[in-house]
Design a protein around this ligand. Structure first.
Ligand SMILES: [Zn+2]
Length: 96
């Protein structure tokens, strides 16, 4: 499976990252911004794994572009929100 790079993402969104600062070109929030997160959830709602792989690839690129940003901060920004979102998804097999 090919993971799209940030410059190859869905052309219908304007909420794309401005590299190397990784801020949204539309709303200037840290990318992925709130609007882009909501779009990603809709685009990938059938399967969270490809979304996680895509965001992980973005995280790696951001780590190169933002070497002074702590890895934990980048993790929370790119993947932490996804973990919180998927935990709320109906049908989740969370432990009892
Ligand atoms: Zn945005």
């Amino acid at each position: 499976m090919k993971i799209p790079r940030p410059d190859e993402v869905d052309a219908t969104t304007t909420h794309i990252p401005a590299r190397p600062v990784w801020s949204c070109v539309t709303c200037d929030e840290p990318w992925p911004c709130r609007d882009r997160r909501e779009q990603l959830i809709v685009e990938y709602r059938a399967d969270v794994l490809p979304l996680a792989l895509y965001l992980a690839a973005c995280l790696v690129d951001a780590a190169y572009d933002l070497p002074d940003t702590p890895a934990g901060d980048l993790y929370q920004r790119f993947l932490g929100w996804l973990r919180n979102w998927s935990a709320r998804t109906p049908g989740d097999s969370a432990p009892a």
